[in-house]
Design a protein around this ligand. Structure first.
Ligand code: AMP
Ligand code: MG
Length: 484
């Protein structure tokens, strides 16, 4: 066997250099018997990393943080956050490490980060570890989101560590290697603000501007421009979630990025039957993070970011608040515009077509009749071509939507355009469960087949029918578990 040559992997440490107060130098725990389970080869190529080398023992050493390149200085990042509405001033990477920043092929920095790499000073009562199932969930869902064109942190690899993790039952442990535009969160700003150190807050904001929103640096009010940019990015992101039926599950402020990427796939899932009240997280008893609440929660989280930024917005607090309120007021119109444009595209209608009344009636009908969200929009493409049976079959009363379909067809929907935006294959809950269960028992086959389907979600392919179908009726109410 030829051993791939060791490439030069250069990791920068801009976060730790700019913000040492928020970076605790730390090392990953040894992995007793590491085994690479999955590797996103196209992502490796984007990062200038040789996939063959990443599969070698040295590469797996990088992917678990146990053999880092010379000069690497991994850190656990400090952050705060509102968890289910309650403020926790010190959360931080309890089981994660920032290995450093890679320069991707596009010349821009990307965080290389590990999850499940052992306890850190932020671990509190946690064991610092992660199990194979949840790390593979993040891998498959983030790959699907990326394939759908939705901004997201990426998953480079999952390595089984050979360590047993104790949850309700003993489970195989794993480390996820995650790649992100950065790991700056709303909670990062809340942390800096809560320290009372005005200089730290300013350095964090300058770091975020340089990294994500450089045009803000040239604005008359750079920190207000930063806030505006985050509002815009999050309005666009959450609109994309809503249009595809994605339920994040734990939209705590520590799980909302400054970059506008989706982060932290815990108890997340895609809608089956359309219903705004859908909740998948077993710990979200009040339904705070239900599908239909996500835009309002995003706005609430952005208000917390505004509060953290206040001292930078204006020396006079009243003026600062006025700026923040005005900027936050731009969230709803931007969200509404992004959602309406996306919904017009899903319905195959031209730019400028007025859709609110039409979509309001449609969504209420989907909810009342428990219609599968993903199947519906794809079947509607067939209806645009004159084949209404696929849509009619989704309703217990096939005539329930006939009148609506007739009015919509009179607007001249473009079926081909619909098929380019309405996915066929999503990581449906029952398929994810099946794949994670098999992988936990050592069989990666179902996971590989699911990945094949969801990494090319748009083009219908023969033989993949079961990946397009709704869950069997006996699958029951789906719940996922976070913090594992
Ligand atoms: P999450 O809900 O995954 O976003 O995590 C919330 C907080 O809990 C973060 O500070 C995590 O680092 C921490 N955390 C979650 N699971 C563990 C664990 N197994 N060990 C240590 N810290 C953890
Ligand atoms: Mg988190």
């Amino acid at each position: 066997m030829s051993i791939a040559a060791q490439p030069t992997v250069t990791l920068d440490h801009r976060f730790a250099r700019d913000l040492p107060e928020m970076a605790v130098p730390w090392a990953a725990e040894e992995a007793p018997d590491p085994r690479l389970l999955v590797l996103d080869e196209p992502l490796a190529a984007e990062l200038g990393l040789d996939p063959e080398w990443l599969r070698s023992p040295a590469g797996v050493g990088l992917l678990t943080g146990t053999a880092v390149p010379d000069g690497a200085a991994p850190v656990a990042q400090a952050y705060a956050g509102h968890q289910f509405g309650g403020f926790v001033p010190r959360l931080g990477d309890g089981r994660a490490l920032l290995l450093g920043e890679l320069t991707a092929a596009d010349g821009r920095p990307r965080d290389l980060h590990l999850k499940g790499s052992g306890r850190t000073p932020f671990a509190r009562g946690g064991d610092g570890l992660a199990a194979v199932g949840p790390m593979l969930r993040e891998y498959v869902v983030s790959r699907a989101m990326h394939a759908l064109g939705i901004p997201t942190t990426r998953s480079l690899a999952v390595v089984a560590t050979g360590r047993t993790v104790r949850r309700e039952t003993p489970l195989p442990g794993a480390v996820l290697a995650r790649v992100a535009a950065s790991h700056l969160r709303v909670g990062s700003f809340q942390y800096a603000r809560a320290t009372g150190d005005a200089d730290l807050l300013r350095r964090l904001a300058d770091h975020a501007i340089a990294r994500h929103h450089p045009v803000a640096a040239g604005a008359g009010r750079p920190y207000l421009a930063l806030f505006d940019a985050v509002v815009t990015a999050q309005a666009a992101l959450v609109a994309r979630w809503m249009l595809v039926g994605f339920v994040h599950g734990v939209m705590n402020t520590d799980n909302m990025t400054i970059s506008g990427e989706t982060i932290d796939y815990g108890p997340c899932a895609f809608l089956e039957a359309y219903d705004p009240a859908t909740v998948y997280s077993s710990i979200d008893h009040a339904g705070r993070y239900a599908y239909g609440n996500q835009p309002a929660v995003a706005e609430w989280n952005l208000a917390r970011l505004a509060e953290a930024l206040l001292p930078l917005l204006h020396a006079d607090e009243e003026e600062a608040v006025a700026h923040a309120v005005a900027a936050l007021g731009r969230f709803r119109p931007q969200y509404d515009a992004a959602w309406s444009a996306g919904m017009r595209a899903k319905l195959g209608l031209a730019d400028g077509a007025e859709v609110p009344a039409l979509t309001g009636e449609l969504l209420e009908s989907l909810r009342a009749h428990h219609v599968d969200h993903t199947s519906f929009f794809r079947a509607l493409g067939a209806a645009a071509r004159g084949a209404s049976e696929p849509v009619r079959r989704l309703f217990a009363d096939p005539a329930a939507l006939d009148d609506w379909v007739a009015r919509w067809r009179a607007l001249g929907p473009d079926a081909d355009a619909m098929d380019r935006v309405n996915p066929v294959y999503l990581p449906r809950n029952h398929l994810v469960e099946e794949a994670l269960g098999a992988a936990t028992d050592g069989d990666l086959g179902p996971l590989e087949r699911l990945l094949d389907a969801v990494t090319a979600p748009i083009d219908e392919r023969p033989g993949l029918e079961r990946y397009a179908a709704a869950a069997p009726p006996d699958f029951g109410a789906y719940r996922t578990f976070c913090g594992t």
